[in-house]
Ligand binder design. Sequence first.
Ligand SMILES: [Zn+2]
Length: 157
Amino acid sequence: MARIIKEWIGKNDNEAIPPRVKLRVFLRAEKHCAACTLLIVGKLRPEYDHVVALINGGQHRESNLQLLCSECHKAKTKLDVAEKSESYRKQLNAAGIRSPSRLKGQGFRKAKPPCTASRPLARKSDRYRAESDLDRDLSSVSEAMCGQLNSIETVGI
Ligand SMILES: [Zn+2]
């Protein structure tokens, strides 16, 4: 009767996985990557991954370890980090914590409202006419003021 091997459980998350445990995981997977099923030999280096990542609440124990090739491990880690940040964002939302808003620019100016039947499109010639009317008004005001000044001077104050 074979001896029963007790499952390795890390004392804390920082504890290195002992070589004997790595070997057991390697042999349990029959040298194949758990994701792409490639045979891990030669240039392909074995990597040991937590099925449920530690950052997502996974346990640092033998039953939570799997054999991956480096490419699959890289991709899985990326997914684990994305899952972690998503759950972190949800937790922040649930707690009503908002991250400080970033500085914002002025954005785009508001566009003029489109022309409607009640506010018809002003023609360029209308705008020029309006501006020239304004010029004429200003020049008449300044002429009037000059006239007043002249009259004051003639009175001799
Ligand atoms: Zn792989």
